[in-house]
Each structure stands twice: as C-alpha cells, then as structure tokens.
Design a protein around this ligand. Structure first.
Ligand SMILES: [Fe+2]
Length: 189
C-alpha cells in the first residue's frame, strides 16, 4: 500500500467497478476500538480544513477540523488492514488527504470526491448515535439513502456518488469520523 501525494489520475475516473454502498457495523474489535477512540480524542491535534477546490475560508466551504493520516502511517495501517479484512478489497493507493475529521454539523454540503479517489471508506468513530447525525446519499440529485451515525460503523461508497454530512440544529454536536480515500485497489474473489 502506498500513499499518493496527488489527487486522482483523471484518466481513471470512468473505470470504477464498485458501485454500491456497503455498511459494516462493529468494524474494529471492541478493545482496539476503545483505544482508537481514546487516541483520536486525546492524543492528536486537528486543524481547520476546507473543501477541495475552494479558496475562501467561509463557513460554507469549511469542512471541519482535520488530522491527516500521513502523520502516523502505523495508525493508518490499522485502518487499511481492517478495510481489507471487512470489505474484502486490497487497497493499493491511498490519497494523502485521508484523515480523521472532527465536525460540528450545521449544514448540508452535497458533493462527490471523484477527483480524489475511486472509493471512500467512512468510519464513524466517536459521537452521539442519531439518524440526524450521519451521512446521506443522493440519487439523480434527490436525497435518497440515509445512514445514521453509530460508533464503530464503517461505510464504503463510490467516491463519485453525491453525498453529504447530515446537518443538525443541535448546537455543538460533534462527531469524529475517519475517511480513507482509496485511489486504487484490487477486489478479492
Ligand atoms: Fe466527501
């Protein structure tokens, strides 16, 4: 597995073969998951991040506070190994923007990540369980599928699928998630 220091190769954008959304609960084994939760909430530092392609540091462009996995490749390996095991794929290239995000969700921002990766893996790490605190997916520009937030839940989806964090009116509602952007992978038989 290598970490790419660039966005996705545009010539590969039409060649994706995974086109479904897959959900796995109890992604990490319990004890390891507690250690990960402790690590991400007490040991790492987050800095403000903005959506790719935006230049102004406005509320609309603000993505959340972010810590990049390139800062600790051993920690990244824990995640990538589990992705391989649970989703039965062999990740080959991971985008350098793969990260842990700490977000206060107050607005919807539908977007794709097709310029970054082929598939996204979203892992819900820490935060209140709620159907209004998860991720939503769009079909033909209409809100379609809603995955509620649940700690230790992982979601695989094609990066080209329109998606958004779910907005909530509850002040200071925060959640920690990991996103692994997979640019290249092999499927296991
Ligand atoms: Fe995204």
């Amino acid at each position: 597995m290598k970490i790419s220091d660039a966005d996705r190769d545009p010539s590969s954008i039409k060649k994706d073969n995974i086109d479904t959304i897959k959900i796995v609960d109890n992604f990490f084994e319990k004890e390891l998951f507690s250690k990960i939760q402790n690590h991400i909430s007490t040991k790492i530092y987050y800095t403000p991040a903005y959506f790719t392609g935006t230049t102004e540091k406005t509320k609309e462009n603000y993505y959340g506070d972010r810590w990049l996995f390139v800062n600790d490749k051993k920690f990244l390996k824990l995640f990538v190994d589990q992705v391989a095991k649970k989703f039965k794929i062999k990740p080959k290239t991971i985008c350098f923007t793969s990260a842990i995000d700490l977000r206060n969700l107050d607005h919807f921002k539908p977007h794709t990540d097709s310029g970054v990766a082929k598939i996204n893996i979203l892992i819900m790490l820490k935060g209140p369980s709620a159907v209004t605190n998860g991720t939503v997916f769009y079909t033909d520009k209409e809100l379609d599928i809603h995955v509620g937030f649940k700690e230790n839940r992982a979601v695989l989806f094609p990066s080209a699928r329109f998606h958004s964090q779910h907005a909530s009116k509850i002040p200071n509602l925060k959640r920690y998630t990991a996103t692994i952007f997979i640019q290249d992978y092999e499927e296991e038989c």
